[in-house]
Design a protein around this ligand. Structure first.
Ligand SMILES: [Fe+2]
Ligand SMILES: [Fe+2]
Length: 400
């Protein structure tokens, strides 16, 4: 009898420890050069023997993977706050053709994920769309799942998916990452992610610290073309006529403003979109973005940035086109700022902001689709039930 109990305990222990591919937190991530490269991260509770990423052209043939390429994988040991050791894997899929559909899978000979399908960016300035979400952070499995699924239903062809910070509330609690990746499920393996770091990445062991948590970088493989001191939290990429820049709103703001001015001074893309977690203009009651305005506003105005995607205030708001903090007149070019929230935590609205915000709302979950054309941008904001709440057309800068 004892032997059977022992066997049962062993099986129970093993099955909970060795999770299947649905628990591997597979994240397809944007690269610096999405015409030719994509990145992928995943993790496992065991150290895999010879982990690999396999890539093949996505053809209708059932044996499409006969002709495939294997990529090497970096393995990193990660010690969780309960002292459990897990393994983070990351790889870069390179030398791909622009505008081409590929399939990839991750794992090792012992076990593979399913094949995920994605498309590289085109070399021409064809129209495309992408998905933007505000803070997931709370109610990750219970609430964020429906926001991600509703966004996917609206734009299954999204070129990428950005989340404007506070992906989880307490990054040292591994279950929160588990819930986020269950909410994103296979969508996170199939649409390249563009994660933005929020202040909650700095909330460690119940304290706010100067350095972000060690659990961000193992979950994602991102461009390292921003400030070297802010690797994988400050970066940019180009996508079919768009420059997309991710800022870290928590530290080195002055240094990032100098860096931003430099890259925008040589930029020739039709469109420039920034994302920063902490907003320049707040919708949350009693909150203010004075620090970010002091750092970035003059650079944003100087280069006529088209759109700034933000989070942090757990409310929704979309500004008029602004220059120097004032709504522009007579169709003049200005920058539109948007705040949003995807998760369950909601704040009260700041009432005294009507001169800056064209529309605000509270106590709801949102998702957004940005359509990028050569002559116009369309920003569509939806509540999580699929109702179009706000739509605005943006014309390009004539001075870039
Ligand atoms: Fe935040
Ligand atoms: Fe937040």
């Amino acid at each position: 009898m004892f032997r059977y109990i022992n066997l049962f305990i062993t099986l129970l222990f093993s099955s909970s420890l060795i999770a299947g591919p649905e628990d591997w937190r597979i994240a397809l991530c944007i690269s610096e050069d999405p015409q030719h490269e994509m990145n992928v991260s995943w993790r496992h509770v065991i150290e895999l023997d010879a982990p690999r990423v396999q890539l093949a052209l996505n053809t209708p043939l059932a044996k499409f993977h006969k002709d495939r390429h294997d990529f090497n994988v970096d393995t990193e040991s990660v010690v969780l706050s309960d002292s459990t050791e897990v393994y983070a894997y990351s790889s870069k899929m390179i030398n791909m053709k622009p505008g081409t559909s590929y399939a990839y899978r991750v794992g090792s000979e012992a076990e593979w994920s399913e094949w995920f399908v994605f498309e590289t960016a085109r070399s021409t300035q064809d129209a495309f769309r992408f998905l933007y979400f505000g803070d997931p952070q709370n109610g990750l499995l219970s609430h964020v799942s429906r926001a991600i699924r509703a966004g996917y239903r609206e734009a299954p062809d999204a070129a990428f998916l950005t989340m404007a910070g506070d992906l989880v509330s307490v990054p040292g609690i591994d279950q929160q990452w588990e819930d986020l990746f269950h909410a994103g499920a296979w969508i996170f393996g199939q649409i390249p992610l563009v994660p933005v770091m929020g202040n909650h990445a700095y909330y460690i062991h119940g304290k706010w610290l100067d350095q972000h948590s060690p659990y961000w970088r193992p979950h994602f493989t991102l461009p390292e073309n921003g400030l070297s001191t802010l690797a994988e939290t400050n970066y940019y990429f180009h996508y079919q006529g768009l420059l997309f820049v991710v800022l870290n709103g928590s530290e080195q703001l002055k240094e990032q403003a100098i860096w931003l001015d430099e890259i925008l001074s040589r930029e020739e893309s039709t469109w420039v979109i920034l994302s920063i977690h902490q907003p320049l203009y707040s919708t949350g009651q009693g909150r203010d973005g004075a620090k970010r305005r002091a750092a970035f506003l003059s650079v944003i105005d100087k280069h006529e940035v088209d759109l700034v995607l933000q989070g942090h205030d757990h409310t929704f708001g979309r500004t008029y086109p602004l220059k120097a903090g004032v709504a522009v007149q007579n169709g003049e070019k200005g920058t539109i700022y948007i705040n949003s929230v995807a998760g369950s935590k909601q704040y009260k609205l700041e009432p005294a902001i009507e001169d800056v915000f064209a529309i605000t709302d509270a106590n709801k979950q949102f998702y957004h689709v940005i359509d990028v054309h050569s002559s116009k941008l369309k920003l569509s904001s939806y509540t999580v039930d699929g109702e179009l709440k706000d739509e605005v057309i943006i014309k390009p800068s004539l001075n870039r």
